[in-house]
Design a binder for this molecule. Structure first.
Ligand code: 1GP
Length: 233
C-alpha cells in the first residue's frame, strides 16, 4: 500500500504560535510548491491558533496535516487530510513515546484511524524546545541514530522516521546513516534548512525535507528555493 508521503519531497511546517513576515499570507505559503503543509509546534499551541491556521490554508490546493504536540490541541476539521502524530523514540520520558497517546485514544471515541499515522522522531538538537520538553537523549552518534531508525522501521513498523534537528542544521553523516538504515520507511529530515544548498544537502539523504522557521523568518521566496532543491536532489 502506498502512502501519500511516498511521493513527497518537501513539507512546509507552519507553527501557529509564530507570526509570518510582513506581507506574507498563508495562501502564499501554500502556493510555494511544497508537497504538504504540516501545522504544528511545540510551545504555545492551542486549539484556537491551530484552527486559525488550518482555516487560512483550507481553501488552497495543498494537502493539509495537523501535527499535534498533545491530544488537547487536536482539532476536527474536514480540511485536514490527516494527522501525523509524533512519538519520540529517544525521549527520556515515556509520556512522549506512548503515554500521551494512551490518554488520547481513550478520550476520543471516534478516533479517525484512517487519517492517522505516527512519525517516529529521533530528536537531535538538545537546545530545541522539543528536546527539553521530551527530555530527549540527544547524545547520539550516527550509529545510534541508524539503530533507532532500524528499531522504528523493523520492530515498530513505523511508516515515517523523522530525524529532527529543529532550529539547527544537522549532521549530514547522521542523516546519511538514517537513510542507509531505512528501507521501507519514509525518512523525514527537519532542522535549520535556510536556503537552496542546505535543502539540497539533506534532500540527498532524506526522502522528505521539512522546512519550518524559514517560512516565519524569511517568507515565500526563501521557501520556494528549498522546494526547488528538494526536487533537484
Ligand atoms: C521543526 O523539523 C522542523 O519541527 C523544521 O525545523 O524550524 O529548524 O526548519 P526548522
Amino acid at each position: 500500500m502506498t502512502a501519500p508521503w511516498d511521493d513527497w519531497n518537501h513539507i512546509l511546517k507552519i507553527d501557529p504560535d509564530k507570526d509570518l513576515p510582513e506581507g506574507t499570507t498563508y495562501g502564499d505559503l501554500c502556493a510555494t510548491g511544497t508537497d504538504a503543509i504540516e501545522v504544528g509546534g511545540t510551545m504555545g499551541i492551542t486549539e484556537q491558533n491551530m484552527e486559525a491556521v488550518v482555516e487560512a490554508c483550507a481553501e488552497h490546493d495543498v494537502p493539509l496535516y495537523q501535527e499535534p504536540s498533545s491530544p488537547d490541541v487536536v482539532i476536527d476539521n474536514e480540511a485536514l487530510e490527516g494527522y501525523l502524530v509524533p512519538t519520540v523514540f529517544n525521549a527520556g520520558s515515556p509520556f512522549w513515546i506512548t503515554g500521551a497517546h494512551k490518554e488520547w485514544v481513550r478520550i476520543d471515541d471516534g478516533f479517525d484511524w484512517d487519517r492517522t499515522a505516527t512519525e517516529a522522531y529521533i530528536v537531535m538538537n538538545p537546545d530545541a524546545d522539543v528536546a527539553t520538553y521530551t527530555e530527549a537523549d540527544c547524545d547520539l552518534d550516527a550509529d545510534d541514530v541508524a539503530a533507532y531508525a532500524t528499531v522504528a522501521e523493523r520492530m515498530f513498523g513505523q511508516e515515517i522516521v523523522y530525524v529532527e534537528y529543529s532550529g539547527t542544521f544537522g549532521d549530514e553523516e547522521v542523516v546519511a546513516a538514517a537513510a542507509e538504515a531505512t528501507d521501507e520507511s519514509t525518512l523525514f529530515y527537519g532542522g535549520g534548512i535556510h536556503d537552496y544548498d542546505s535543502a539540497y544537502s539533506m534532500a540527498q539523504y532524506a526522502d522528505v525535507i521539512v522546512v519550518g522557521n524559514l517560512a516565519h523568518d524569511d517568507g515565500v521566496e526563501a521557501v520556494r528555493e528549498t522546494v526547488r532543491a528538494a526536487s533537484d536532489a
